[in-house]
Ligand binder design. Sequence first.
Ligand SMILES: [Zn+2]
Length: 318
Amino acid sequence: MKRILLVLTAFSFSVFLLSFTGKNTAYLPKATIKTLVIDPGHGGIDPGARGSFSNEADVSLAVSLKFGKAIEKEFPDVKIVYTRTTDIMPGNKRTKDEGLRYRADLANSSGGDLFIAIHCNSAAPVRHKEFTGYKTGTVNVGKGKKKRKVAKKIPQYRHWTSPSAATGTETYIWALSKNDAKVNSVNQTEYFGEIDSTGSTALELPDPSDPAEKARMLIYAQQYFRKSLNLAEMVEKGFQAQGRVYRGGVKQRNDKGIWVLQATGMPSILVEIGFISNKEEEDYINSDKGQEEIVENLVNAFRSYKHKLESKTINTTP
Ligand SMILES: [Zn+2]
């Protein structure tokens, strides 16, 4: 009798287990966000992009801390992990690459469910060239004995630069592949020091021929891409609703500048909250009003994203 009972118990237990692993999602524990990793870009030895009176590291940190506080207030159950809370390179690392690696390792070891990096954008000054008239000079013509000097009109130009007019927000996710039709390639000439290469070879981009990297890219593709895209879209739409300049929506890249996004085993986005190279926008992202609006939008997006996750309305298949 005891043995039959034991067999029956084992059987019902396996049916119970199957109900968890099967297609019936009603029995699956609900997905949610328990740990949010907030990553203020740059810091310490790396001030990031410079504006006329502020730098990217400081502005990103201020907005990140305000964002974390707002999340804590509304979602006391969500654990916040900051990659830095002061003006240091995360983990007090000595290079940008080591800092990036530390950010990713910290996010992964804290069991983060979502990674949000906060940065400021910057655009190169525009170069100008204007013809101002001719100056009469002399040039050498002919060879040997026939060599002589002749008068010649030499065109004169004035060169100067002016700040780029680029403004607005951009939210990045890691691109699935460089050939992906959805990849929104960014005009290289428009960008400056910010999101571009860290300038060393210590951080390798994923090599699809390496089986371990391939597996990780597949996991990203299957589990995180849609979620990251979904959140990034909400962030961009929110900025648009706030009247910020629209720069074409969510952008996908897979260069070293956003290496950290694919190195974290969780959905991840990188938000460029505005152009520090534009005087007006530099004022805005430094102001209480500006920072409050940015934080409000990030919290709204977080709330919607969390709600969608909990109600399972995000399609996770790319
Ligand atoms: Zn940056």
